[in-house]
Write a protein that binds this ligand. Sequence first.
Ligand code: NAP
Length: 295
Amino acid sequence: MRVGFVGLGAMGAHMARNLHRAGFLSAVWNRTGEKARALAGELSVQAPPTLAALASSIDALVSCVSDDDDVLAVVQGIAPTARSGALVLDCSTIGAETARKAAELLRPGGAEFLDCPVSGGVEGARDATLAIMAGGASQAFERAKPVLEALGKTVTHFGPTGSGQAAKATNQIMVAGIVEAVAEAMAFARAQGLPLDKLIDTLGKGAGSSWYFVHRAPNMARGTFPPGFRVRLHAKDLTICRDMAARFGVTLPVVERMLDEYAELIARGYGDEDVSATFRLKAELFEPAGKAPRA
Ligand code: NAP
């Protein structure tokens, strides 16, 4: 199967490399063309000048771009020349409704769309250990499986188009709670004067631990927050969760609180930092008036 890749960002560049290692990658395309030309040169694959040219030369496309409008722009770019029976595996995090729209745009030409959002961070993309949540026709999923297995360790089909995104939205709500709790705990620990490296080693093996704590609490100990998973991307995901819950007339408190904190971080210019930058706000809780412990 000849596979093309679109969106060579923090996640996509690693994912494209893993497809290459597995022998699938035949071409790459990126909005900023220089990135595609550089990677194509390094891996000896094609870098077609347009999405239409890319689509006409492949059997499957994997995309990992930023948000809903970007996925629709990519799908509109490939729809006129995508081959009948071609697979379009979109790993971006977008709304379930947008995934269904993308599938509709491809249907007349016979290409099949699967929403395949991923979890596991940049490390998971690099190590091909992502958890992948797919939605779409079962037959298309079975054909896509070998490609998805080159990108992740856990590849699960949840049901019709959009259900992969619903599973991912569920994950993003959990992530919000964990981001909030770890930042608050680490700010508290620092105010207690605890040695943070030792603390991370020890609590990393305890009941309150998580992937996020082990991998991102060190950012808080160092006071640097390189992406990672950008604040503005998780804010985008939580807006999707807010909209999906609103259809049931529900407001989710964890989602709303995190969106407020991200809005504050973005307003202060930290939108492209990792979500662990939430620590900045929690640390400030202890800073006014020096916040010495009361007797
Ligand atoms: P990123 O580093 O910002 O990369 C975004 C990529 O999308 C870039 O290659 C960008 O091209 C491309 N792009 C944006 N708009 C486009 C458009 N209209 N047409 C074509 N290409 C476009 O983002 P990322 O961290 O890789 O995340 C990508 C997706 O994965 C997002 O949906 C995110 O929510 C999801 N995700 C991220 C993580 C994570 O830890 N980072 C984890 C799980 C899921 P340019 O190079 O031209 O800017």
